[in-house]
Write a protein that binds this ligand. Sequence first.
Ligand SMILES: [Zn+2]
Length: 102
Amino acid sequence: MYFTRTSLNYTINETSLSDLINYNEVLVLEVMSEIFEKEDIICKCPVCTEDIYALSLNSLPAKYIQDSRIKNYIESTSYISKDDVKKVVMNAVRKVHNNPCH
Ligand SMILES: [Zn+2]
């Protein structure tokens, strides 16, 4: 491991930035949990799971948002819906399934 979340220093000028979360990461986690519960045909080994997660996140723009501005983001034109995220994750599932690294 080159770095871990807990080893990173998120404090700049006494302000903690650790609460800023990539909103698309939240949606990818939700969608992946749902898909992994339902789908039996996909490989759920750690390598494939990480590959699906990384491929999904790399296919989406980062959307770091302060907690207080999530409502504004959801109502904005740049909002990427959970359905759109689901399409991206399913595409990643297909790619990893067809070309697994395990
Ligand atoms: Zn696998």
